[in-house]
Ligand binder design. Structure first.
Ligand code: SIN
Ligand code: FE2
Length: 220
């Protein structure tokens, strides 16, 4: 936050755009406060268990729809059998503004109506391996918001988790959007730099990331 030299908006790959410093300090504080509340109830934040028996180093809480590997449901069956918190209109508005600004196109958000967010908290040595976001039944863009410690965000290709990829440093307040030909690109977080966040956000340590998505799912 408050960088002396503004970092430019950059298209990392077709449809994948990094917008540094997109969230102001007040917005970051509001998001941290909202995430803190969602992390405690109705479904507490947890280390997600993988079907193979492993446990993710990142802690995750979801709103709108609950994600567990590898599907969405309204009820957090793998946590406490509660229905997740609703996805608020103000966050959908923020997602639409993110698309307009990332793609610099006022029409970019006309059909965008995100209905879930995965909220990830990285502390200590937490990382995220290369993966695709592909449990959505919709190819609308993913909007990623970062707060707290700086990380290395590895943005790869749609074929495999291997090279070629581009490493981007995501700082507190940065926006990253991936859609179009990049929507199903592999990506991950190999490294977080502890102590690089500014406590003014309300986050004393660690890294918070929200990914807003359209699931394409409907209640029956
Ligand atoms: C994710 O890929 O779901 C999270 C990415 C991030 O933490 O920046
Ligand atoms: Fe992801």
């Amino acid at each position: 936050m408050g960088a002396l030299i503004p970092r430019p908006r950059t298209e990392i790959a077709p449809g994948a755009v990094h917008v540094p410093g997109w969230l102001g300090a007040q917005r970051q504080r509001e998001l941290v406060a909202a995430c803190r509340s969602w992390a405690s109830s109705p479904v507490p934040i947890r280390h997600t268990r993988l079907p193979g028996g492993g446990v993710m180093s990142v802690q995750t809480v979801c709103i709108g729809w609950h994600w567990q590997p590898y599907r969405y449901s309204r009820i957090a069956h793998d946590v406490n059998d509660q229905r997740v918190a609703p996805f608020p209109d103000w966050l959908a508005d923020l997602g639409r503004q993110a698309l307009i600004d990332a793609y610099q196109d006022p029409q970019a958000a006309s059909a965008y109506d995100p209905d879930t967010a995965l909220i990830n908290f990285y502390e200590g040595q937490a990382r995220m391996g290369m993966h695709q976001d592909k449990d959505e039944r919709c190819d609308a863009p993913v909007v990623s918001l970062s707060i707290g410690d700086t990380c290395v965000f590895r943005f790869g290709n749609t074929e495999s988790r291997n090279k070629p990829y581009t490493d981007v440093e995501l700082e507190s307040g940065d926006l990253f959007v991936f859609g179009g030909p990049s929507r199903f690109a592999y990506h991950g977080v190999p490294r977080v730099f502890p102590g690089t966040g500014d406590p003014i956000t309300g986050l004393a340590s660690g890294r918070l990331n929200l990914t807003l998505r359209m699931t394409g799912l409907a209640d029956w």
